[in-house]
Design a protein around this ligand. Structure first.
Ligand code: NAP
Length: 362
């Protein structure tokens, strides 16, 4: 995944902290930040239940790999700005905690890259996919001014919203989207750890994920919206989402029917997706995949088991692009919910901010 190993902008690795470091997304942050060329994982924090313990004791490591030995011995801190010296803070907190903790960190001058839902839809909070809408970071100055913060909050999308918005970006840029129906089949790891009870999900499908459908409907439009210096304006097309939990470990699959301003044949849509490399400024960043999108020609793909780790978990695979008798075109997309849908997307956003000089002095 690391395509560029040149040094960090400004010369030195910047110290970073992870809040919620013991959870499913927190653990993904630890994997991505261990040996990161631009950032040094300096501090980890979680709830009062974990604070004061060595990480190895506080976290139930859920990957098949070994916990990095340096991190295993680090002491978990409380999620209190007074305990964290790093200027860059990745947040994998649950939303109940994020509501007060993240503004407290921003007020204390930290740049918070959050995975929680709380601030995503605020017009002065950038909700960013590095390859899709890097210009939305421009609202940070207005956010600081309006809220009186020295720091800032930059949000990552909901995991399904990210997997949905990535293939829609080149389609919207090329043909214009007029309406969208999307149905998700979401992996268990999207519910965190311990997440969904095994007796509820084994051999089963749960056609409900609390609060998920409005998040997808709102966030996809915000990603594809426009930005002036004061606020982000969501794209103006209706979205209807259905969210389902399925017995898959990692990888959210989304099926979409898309209405277009300019009608396009499936082969034209495939070309638009296959040719797309995303915004120039995001290319070659350490966590950026060679290709944010790949198109599979197999009639039975994408599948989580086959493609979830493409591009180090940062590539979304698209397939089954075909005519839609009601809309214009329909397709299937699949991406890693914990990497592209959470920790990897945040790390990529931080790299983008570093490249743009938005982390200078931190
Ligand atoms: P998780 O596995 O339940 O982890 C939650 C983390 O928050 C743990 O580190 C926990 O620490 C900490 N925490 C809980 N209560 C706290 C408190 N009162 N004070 C400080 N820390 C507290 O959840 P997750 O799946 O990693 O999700 C983290 C966030 O990312 C959520 O907002 C979620 O909606 C979002 N997200 C998740 C995914 C995904 O695919 N999983 C994708 C996109 C976004 P302890 O271990 O000490 O309790």
């Amino acid at each position: 995944m690391r395509t560029r190993l040149d040094g960090p902008p400004g010369g030195e690795r910047r110290k970073v902290a992870v809040l919620g470091a013991t959870g499913a997304v927190g653990q993904a942050f630890i994997r991505l930040l261990e040996n990161h060329p631009w950032f040094e994982l300096a501090e980890i924090a979680a709830s009062e239940r974990s604070a004061g313990k060595p990480y190895a004791e506080a976290a139930r490591w859920i990957g098949g790999d070994a916990m990095p030995s340096r991190v295993a011995g680090m002491t978990v801190r409380a999620c209190d700005p007074a305990e964290i010296t790093s200027g860059i803070v990745f947040s994998a907190l649950d939303s109940a905690t994020a509501a007060t903790a993240e503004p407290a960190f921003a007020r204390a001058g930290k740049t918070v890259l959050t995975n929680a839902k709380n601030f995503r839809m605020e017009p002065d909070v950038p909700l960013v996919i590095a390859e899709v809408n890097p210009d939305h970071l421009d609202v940070i100055s207005a956010q600081r001014k309006a809220r009186g913060w020295d720091g800032a909050i930059v949000a990552n999308g909901n995991c399904s919203a990210i997997v949905t918005a990535l293939p829609l970006a080149p389609i919207h840029q090329t043909f214009g989207i007029t309406k969208l129906v999307v149905a998700t089949m979401q992996a268990i790891s999207g519910a965190g750890y311990p997440g969904v009870a095994s007796l509820d999900i084994l051999g089963n499908v749960i056609p409900y994920i609390g609060d998920e459908e409005p998040k997808i409907e709102g966030e996809v439009r915000k990603f594809l919206g426009t930005c002036d210096r004061d606020s982000v304006h969501s794209a103006d097309f209706p979205v209807s989402a259905h969210a389902n939990r399925v017995p898959v470990e990692h990888g959210h699959t989304v099926v979409m029917s898309i209405g277009l301003s300019r009608h396009a044949r499936p082969d034209e849509v495939i070309d638009a997706i296959a040719d797309w490399r995303g915004a120039e400024i995001a290319r070659g960043l350490p966590t950026a995949p060679e290709r944010p999108l790949e198109v599979s020609a197999s009639p039975d793909q994408p599948q989580p088991r086959r493609q979830v780790d493409r591009g180090g978990g940062m590539t979304v695979t698209v397939g089954r692009v075909r005519p839609d008798p009601i809309f214009d075109v329909k397709l299937v997309a699949m991406g890693h919910n914990v990497i592209r849908g959470a920790a990897g997307a945040s790390v990529l956003n931080a790299e983008l901010m570093a490249r743009r000089g938005l982390l200078d002095g931190l």
